[in-house]
Write a protein that binds this ligand. Sequence first.
Ligand SMILES: [Cu+2]
Length: 166
Amino acid sequence: MRYVTCVLVGFGLAVLAAAGSASAASLRISDAWIRSAPPGAQVMGGFATLVNEGETPVTVQAVQSDAFGRVEIHETTTEAGVSKMRELPRLALEPGATVRLEPGGKHLMLMQPRRGIAAGERVEVVFQLGDGSRVEAPFEVRAADAMDAGHAGHHGHTDHSGHGHD
Ligand SMILES: [Cu+2]
C-alpha cells in the first residue's frame, strides 16, 4: 500500500481515502443506554447521542441487535396534547450534525427481546449506514430511575414548576 514516495502527497491521499471510505469511523455513538423494563416486556426504549464527525453526510438505514428480534427508529411527537410514536425510515446526519435519541423524542424501539435483559448489562447494537458500513455500540441497560440522576442535561423535559409537589 506504500506506492507513494512523497510523504506529503501520501498523507493527503490517506486522509482523503479515510474520509471517502470510512464513514463508519465518522459516526460517533456515545451515552448509549436502554431503559430497563419489567420481565416479560416486549418493547424497550434505546437512547444515545449520535455525532457525524466526518466530512460527508451519514445515513442510518437500519438498526439491529442480536438481543432483539426487531429494532425500529421512532420519533415521539405531541399533537393536540396526545403523545404519538411513529417509525422513521432513516436518520440523516449532515457533517458535524448531532442527533440525540432521548426520552420524549427520537429513540430506538427494541422489540421482541430474545432473552431476559437486566439492568447493568450491556447490549451490542449495530447501526447500518447508507454506504453499507456498520457501526457497533454497546448500550448499557439502566433502571428508569437512574435516568434522572444520570442525565444532567434534561431539566427541560421535566418542568414541574408551578405544579406543587407538596
Ligand atoms: Cu417507540
